[in-house]
Design a protein around this ligand. Structure first.
Ligand code: GLN
Length: 480
């Protein structure tokens, strides 16, 4: 039978699998075929796994025996920085190209236990540093809406996989926006959960106080299904928050939506993006939600804070790639040469830049001036945001300041690239959840490029994010 992939969703496929309209083997083969066709131009996948069909057979068995979950038999993709037993995980880096995992990370294991079918690993910016998926050792990923443009990053492969239906859902990681920004640029939904909501066991650490694993999908409902499957307390991650401390979900018909007006009015935000955002907010108001202007004066400093803390932590985390313990190892007479040659050859330019930056801000002479100051401002930003959530249910901003940009457009100017993260980094700095929902398109020439609206909520307010995300989806359905 032929399966219509154009409108397929996880929830729809789940129902079709349960009612035996098609099997997981048929679905997996159909999605794989399409993914492989698309991969030639999009470069979404670093590798397709040859055991995907076996996993689909197992899923069909689970369904036949009535042991299925919402994700049983659903083909998904995993970002290249999550460990999978027996599989290579390279984090998009030359230094780890032969690095095989010896265990499944918790989020991956939870998906496997739920019966999801993992099709392969997706391309990303090297070690998740970037906003364009251009620094990947396997070559740049292309945006499915316009192959001359970037898909966003760093989880660009996962976002583009879902947008091109090379998977029905995917996992990414978000340290400063790497799920939400590519989701916006590819026209799909992406969720960065609360810090501590999803175990990072088996995720290659970038900046440990900021990293979170989260899902991509076409709809909010699908995103929620994936989130439910991977969230939960995990003893193997010391930052995992026990269930008893997560609070109860609240259900409100009408939400109070905070809009940080002066943040959004800032220079450097594309006027079309701003207009798209304002029209979505106006429609939410028409639907009866309360719109409240909020002042968050410290929020614009989040970007500077991020680009001190993130490289500092990354420089420490990446010290483990020394040519001895993992991956690429260059032979030399002296041990120090093994280190420098392996790292010099294995790491790309952006990774080296951040290691230098990070070591600099952590050095004895500059620690107080940069690192300690950033830690202090981080506290202010967090307090400011948490205070705001006493008066509003969510805070809305555009997800990224511009739509997908051309390949190569920002690679020569790292500061321009870093500006991509202006709206997303506050969520990581404060540890609060954030979702990006497609909010329409803006025109560049004749091409309609997707953009997204971001909502942040108080810690463990994911339910509120799903509620407001659904409201945006309803508005967009009516306006079609
Ligand atoms: N774009 C940001 C950066 O370059 C975010 C990366 C991420 O979230 N992994 O660091």
């Amino acid at each position: 039978m032929t399966i219509d992939l154009t409108t397929i969703t996880i929830a729809g496929a789940r129902d079709a699998l349960r009612t035996k309209k098609y099997s997981s083997v048929e679905l997996t083969r159909a999605v794989l075929l399409r993914a492989k066709e698309k991969n030639a131009t999009l470069n979404v996948y670093a590798e397709f796994f040859d055991d995907a069909v076996v996993a689909a057979e197992n899923a069909d068995r689970m369904i036949a025996e009535g042991k299925d979950t919402d994700l049983t038999g659903i083909p998904v993709a995993i970002k290249d920085n999550m460990l999978m037993e027996g599989k290579i995980s390279a984090s998009g880096s030359k230094i780890l190209m032969n690095h095989r995992g010896v265990y499944d990370g918790t989020a991956v294991k939870k998906l496997k236990d739920a019966g999801a079918v993992i099709l392969g690993r997706t391309n990303m910016d090297e070690f998740a540093m970037g906003s364009s998926s251009e620094t990947c050792a396997y070559g740049p990923v292309k945006n499915p809406h316009d192959v001359t443009r970037v898909p966003g990053g760093s989880s660009g492969g996962s976002a583009a996989a879902v947008a091109s239906v090379g998977a029905l859902g995917a996992l990414g990681s978000d340290t400063g926006g790497s799920i939400r920004q590519p989701a916006a640029l590819c026209g799909v939904v992406g969720l960065k959960p609360t810090y501590g909501a999803v175990s990072r066991y088996g995720l290659m650490a970038l900046a440990s106080s900021l990293d979170q694993i989260g899902p991509f999908a076409k709809t909010v409902e699908d995103t929620e299904l994936l989130f439910r499957a991977i969230t939960g307390f995990d003893l193997l991650d010391s930052t995992s928050v026990p269930e008893s401390k997560r609070g109860k979900p609240t259900h409100k018909e009408k939400l109070t939506i905070g809009v940080p007006e002066s943040f959004i009015a800032m220079d450097g935000i594309d006027p079309d993006v701003r207009e798209n955002f304002r029209s979505i907010v106006a429609r939410l108001k028409d639907e009866g939600h309360h719109i409240l202007p909020v002042e968050l004066p410290t929020l614009p400093s989040a970007l500077a804070v991020y680009y001190v803390l993130m490289p500092a932590e990354a420089s420490a985390n990446l010290a483990r790639y020394d040519g001895i313990r993992y991956g690429l190892s260059k032979e030399a007479q002296r041990l120090i040469d093994v280190y420098t040659m392996s790292r010099g050859e294995g790491f790309g330019k952006e990774v080296r830049r951040r290691i230098l930056l990070g070591t600099y801000v952590l050095s004895a002479g500059y620690y107080d001036a940069y690192y300690n100051k950033a830690v202090a401002v981080r506290r202010l930003i967090t307090e400011e945001l948490l205070r705001a959530f006493k008066g509003v249910d969510v805070i809305a901003t555009p997800t990224s300041p511009s739509p997908a940009f051309a390949l190569g457009e920002k690679t020569a100017d790292p500061l321009k690239m870093y500006l991509e993260d202006i709206f997303t980094v506050p969520g990581n700095i404060a540890g609060v959840p954030g979702i990006s929902v497609p909010s329409g398109t803006v025109l560049r020439g004749n091409t309609a490029l997707p953009v997204g609206v971001q909502f942040m909520a108080a810690p463990f307010g994911e339910d509120t994010l799903f509620a407001v995300g659904r409201a945006v989806e309803r508005i967009r359905e009516f306006s079609r």
